[in-house]
Design a protein around this ligand. Structure first.
Ligand SMILES: [Zn+2]
Length: 482
């Protein structure tokens, strides 16, 4: 008899373990609910001989298998500690919204009619994946919970007539800002003989219109999930660039281009400001702004000259004195982040000043929800530092970050890697590719509300919001629903 007897390729010691009904039940329960501690212990015992079975095949496979206890921890620390019970009220304070009922000594604070706009964004170069859905759902949930915060105060009934009126007039809405100025890779040429990088943006091609329905569908889904009480709108970059403050923001950034260029584009030291060439339907824009020329006129307006050598189109210009031309400007991601933060910050500050004046008016308060890959060093060096350097008086931005969805190694889930480099084959083999695309999620019959409920749990228990979540964890949440 062999020292390692097998029946149909399965070692006898595994068969003997599986012959015990309690073990079979433990494996069944562990596969349905890995958090069940007793099942896990029995599963672990059964797993050891299975690993021995794998080893003779190829020991290099062993590192691909991870077994864990299924326990989810939410240790407190940093943001999760500070905001564990007060994320919504802290956000309301940071936004400068009224903290009702007004405390004694503050009753004469003017209660100005207010709209809160909760922004989020996306580069629409693919059908939104699970990470994008998480950001959209969090945006709507934050808007809903701020609304609910005031509705609860209203129910408690300790408010003055003016305070009641303010709550009735208070509007919270969501705005999705689609970055249609991001590069359309399929229509972007390789660098020419002169080494200059040109790009065509999404708004010049047909990919963006083809993907728009998925974004509209997810936004409608999110709005419905929060009870249909949070209005929303979808905007593109032109809407941002038509804001009245944009010309003076561009003029100031151009004036400080030495320091802002080196801060936001450390590899080139230049402002990555561009515009599509309009000759003969060309549409090419010099990606890094390396050959831009800037001229500041005596009245403070700026003329920016761009090059299009790809087709010998020469130079073309945009003047900050012409709003139609300003609306055609495009920026790389850090510069766009700075421009829009200044524009929304100025809008909040200036609308407050106007509303406090004799003529009155409405205050527009802006905040942002985005993915956690834009937190940390990125935000501190590429947003807050330039904000401190430029001479604008704005209300400090309020940005909430949604947890990143990561792969097994902790890397951000990337749809572009999936599309361009055929990454994540292992997800397809395990029927998990529905998490890479809303389109595939629909095809697979998976309910996006599983993700919505997950995010809702984070908003209700904010200590769960200050970290990443693995794609395997998300898949487990979906599996529990089937
Ligand atoms: Zn051209």
């Amino acid at each position: 008899m062999s020292s390692n007897p097998q029946v149909c390729g399965v070692p006898e010691n595994i068969l003997s373990l599986l012959s015990i009904p309690a073990n079979r039940e433990a494996l069944r329960r562990a596969s349905h609910d890995p958090t069940h501690a007793e099942s896990f212990t029995r599963f672990s015992k059964a797993w050891k001989p299975i690993k021995q079975l794998l080893q003779p095949l190829d020991s290099s496979f062993e590192h691909l298998v991870t077994i864990h206890d299924g326990q989810v921890h939410d240790p407190l620390g940093a943001g999760s500690y500070v905001f564990q019970k007060s994320l919504i009220s802290a956000t309301i304070h940071q936004l400068g919204l009224p903290e009702l009922p007004l405390s004694s000594g503050h009753e004469d604070n003017p209660l100005l009619p207010t709209t809160l706009i909760v922004h989020t964004g996306a580069q629409p170069n693919n059908s939104p994946h699970a990470g994008t859905l998480v950001v959209f759902f969090k945006t709507f949930l934050i808007a809903q919970h701020i609304r609910m915060h005031y509705d609860k105060i209203l129910e408690e009934g300790r408010l003055s007539a003016l305070e009641v009126q303010w709550i009735h007039n208070f509007t919270v809405k969501v705005q999705l800002n689609l970055v249609d100025t991001a590069p359309d890779n399929a229509k972007t040429p390789k660098p020419g003989a002169d080494g200059i990088h040109y790009q065509r943006s999404l708004r010049s091609g047909d990919l963006f219109p083809s993907l728009l329905p998925d974004y509209k569908e997810v936004m409608a889904l999110a709005a419905e999930a929060v009870g249909g009480k949070v209005p929303y709108e979808i905007k593109t970059q032109t809407n941002l660039l038509r804001m009245t403050s944009i010309p003076k923001i561009i003029e100031e950034i151009v004036k400080n281009r030495e320091v802002i260029g080196k801060t936001l584009s450390p590899e080139t030291g230049k402002l990555a400001m561009r515009a599509a060439c309009s000759k003969d339907g060309c549409g090419l824009a010099e990606k890094h702004g390396l050959h831009n020329k800037y001229l500041t006129l005596p009245d403070g307006t700026v003329v920016i000259s761009f090059v299009c050598s790809e087709r010998n189109h020469g130079r073309h210009e945009i003047s900050t004195a012409n709003p139609e031309e300003v609306a055609r400007l495009e920026f790389n991601t850090p510069l766009r982040n700075l421009v829009r933060t200044l524009a929304y910050g100025l809008d909040t500050n200036e609308s407050r000043t106007v509303a406090r004046g004799k003529g009155g008016g409405e205050v527009r308060v802006h905040m942002r929800v985005t993915g956690m890959d834009y937190a940390g060093t990125y935000s501190e060096q590429l947003l807050w530092r330039p904000l401190c350097l430029l001479p604008f008086k704005i209300d400090p931005p309020v940005i909430l970050y949604a947890p990143l969805i990561v792969d097994w190694a902790g890397s951000k889930l990337s749809k572009s890697l999936y599309v361009k480099d055929s990454a994540y084959k292992y997800l397809e083999e395990q029927n998990m590719s529905y998490l890479l695309s809303y389109g595939k999620m629909k095809e697979a019959g998976k309910d996006p509300m599983v993700l919505f409920e997950l995010v809702n749990g984070w908003v209700q228990e904010p200590k769960k919001m200050f970290r990443s979540y693995s794609i395997e964890y998300l898949h487990q949440c979906f599996s529990k629903q089937t």
